[in-house]
Design a protein around this ligand. Structure first.
Ligand SMILES: Cc1cc2nc3c(=O)[nH]c(=O)nc-3n(C[C@H](O)[C@H](O)[C@H](O)COP(=O)(O)OP(=O)(O)OC[C@H]3O[C@@H](n4cnc5c(N)ncnc54)[C@H](O)[C@@H]3O)c2cc1C
Length: 500
């Protein structure tokens, strides 16, 4: 019997991020992955600033950056090219300090994450083996079986099992399996190309809301381009995957010699949420817990947020710094967050996926009429992501928001980004001489202006808006609460320390 603290089924972006975060915290982790290689079909193309902050925490941001490009604009146009919706993030200062949005190449990112994980001796990764059953699951832990490529079975005993095994999750089926279905279900052909040059191609993401062929055009990493074409009800997926058909679809967009087809797949875009994310010592994360259409570019991002949320809670429970009840706050925090995103993505999808000419004309007229007051080029930022409304937070000003990162700060004679300077764990940030009181070692206290000098002024501005002398920041950089250190301490003890 293999023994470990955390068993992760699935080494996609969610499982890999969780393994890296647990590895960084020194938690004994076993990852089992059915495939031998990183998934090669076209999938995620976008992630946001919060996710880049996670790559920063893992020390891979600089490795990931060369295969990304910051993207600031995103348009919805009708068949005639009129703008229906326009999002513009230029000039927006995202809380994490990074650009609001990045386009990227998912295999390059996953490979960077996997390389990073080899630095952690406490993380054991086994490829080409699949979790097949869970024999025992109670408050004390799990026993599960995985099967290798020769059909040999291996038993594992773990304190926790995380099902990060994607949309068809075996783990989800073993603990309950029920999914809430938003009733959105649309087939799309997804094409990835490498282009010789980007002449004539839109410099940002465009949704072409043409009822004859709803189409998405996206830049990815430099010289990589994505096209997505909605299939008509009478079109067969296999037939549409034919290279000649694809060439015909790409013809209006690129010269034949300009783009080389590198990946193609047909997906059904849908919105699903697992009803149960935790059963005793088994938890679900990423696509195993939720799936969404890609119109917000947030499916993988949501899995990374799950991993970041879970990693510090599992670590705290395993170290005896928190009781198991802390793990109940995982679904409480993550499900409403992910549902808001799914609902927005489906709303966008319903704008794009209209195939009836009359309905499209009506949509266009309504959306164009709603725009003129702002002018043709006017635009809004992308819909903001919600703050945490409940869970491991103290109800107070700006609780549940992401704490801002100063990208140039000074601490202990070093200059750099705030998160790099202060490192992992909780931070109690005080100012104006507020007395912190006594805190466990897992909470790091800094006085703003004395221990940390923020050259950007961002943190002071943020604290000014709370009117509070102190803020307690969680290890995933969400704000636990703002207020007096004594109030924060009381709430911290109740929510984290004595969670049973
Ligand atoms: C066309 C398209 C575009 C998208 N665009 C975006 C985007 O721009 N931005 C974004 O954030 N998201 C996007 N997404 C979503 C994103 O790709 C997924 O949400 C993300 O890949 C899910 O990651 P995951 O690790 O949770 O699951 P997966 O990537 O599915 O990984 C699960 C892993 O588990 C393994 N596995 C399965 N069963 C077992 C088992 N029994 N035992 C062991 N291992 C097992 C699988 O082999 C797989 O490697 C897009 C998706 C699609 C289809």
């Amino acid at each position: 019997m293999i023994e470990t603290d955390v068993l992760i089924a699935g080494f996609g972006p969610t499982g890999a991020t969780l393994a890296a975060l647990l590895g960084q915290a020194g938690v004994e982790t076993l990852v089992i992955e059915r495939d031998r290689e990183v998934y090669r079909q076209p999938r995620a193309a976008h992630f946001d600033h919060e996710i880049m902050r996670v790559w920063q925490k893992l020390g891979v941001a600089e490795k990931v950056l060369p295969s990304t490009r910051a993207m600031h604009e995103y348009e919805f146009r009708n068949a005639a090219g009129d703008i229906l919706l326009r999002f513009d993030q230029r000039g927006i200062s995202a809380p994490s300090g990074w650009a609001p949005s990045y386009m990227f190449h998912q295999p390059a990112l996953e490979e960077a994450l996997r390389r990073r994980i080899t630095d952690f001796a406490c993380v054991d990764v086994r490829l080409g083996v699949a979790l097949t059953s869970i024999e025992k699951n109670d408050a004390s832990g799990v026993e599960a079986t995985f099967t290798d490529h020769d059909g040999r079975k291996h038993r594992v005993r773990a304190r926790f099992l995380i099902g990060a095994d994607g949309g068809g999750s075996v783990v989800r089926r073993q603990i309950d399996g029920e999914l809430f279905d938003y009733g959105f279900d649309e087939p799309w052909l997804v094409i990835d190309t490498v282009v010789k040059d980007e002449d004539g191609l839109p410099p940002f993401g465009v949704q072409v809301c043409d009822p004859k062929r709803p189409t998405t055009v996206m830049p990815m990493s430099p010289l990589r381009r994505r096209w997505e074409f909605m299939l008509k009800p009478d079109e067969d997926a296999q037939v549409m995957l034919d290279d000649a058909r694809i060439a015909a679809l790409l013809k209006p967009w690129v010269r034949e010699s300009q783009a080389e087809l590198v990946r193609k797949a047909v997906y059904r875009f849908h919105g699903l949420v697992a009803k149960t994310w935790r059963r005793d010592s088994v938890l679900l994360a990423g696509d195993a817990a939720h799936q969404m259409p890609p119109f917000m570019g947030q499916g993988m991002c949501s899995g990374i947020r799950d991993a970041d949320n879970l990693a510090w809670k599992l670590t705290a429970v395993l170290r005896g710094e928190a009781g198991q009840a802390l793990l109940d706050t995982y679904q409480e925090e993550r499900e409403p967050h992910v549902r808001t995103i799914i609902e927005t993505a489906i709303h966008m999808g319903r704008v794009v996926c209209v195939q009836d000419e009359a309905a499209a004309a009506q949509r266009d007229a309504g959306m164009i009429a709603a725009r003129p007051a702002k002018g043709e080029r006017s635009s809004d930022p992308l819909p903001g992501l919600p703050a945490l409304a409940a869970g491991c937070i103290m109800k107070s000003a700006r609780a549940g928001e992401l704490f801002p990162q100063a990208m140039t700060a000074e601490h202990a004679g070093r200059r750099g980004r705030l998160d790099d300077l202060l490192g992992e764990g909780f931070w109690l940030v005080t100012r104006n001489g507020a007395q912190p009181g006594a805190w466990p070692a897992a909470v790091r206290h800094v006085e703003l202006g004395r221990d940390v000098v923020d050259e950007t002024g961002r943190l002071d501005q943020w604290l000014d808006a709370t009117g509070a002398p102190a803020v307690l920041v969680r290890p995933d950089r969400y704000v636990f609460g703002s207020g007096s250190p004594a109030d924060l301490h009381r709430a911290f003890v109740a929510k984290v320390k004595s969670a049973t």
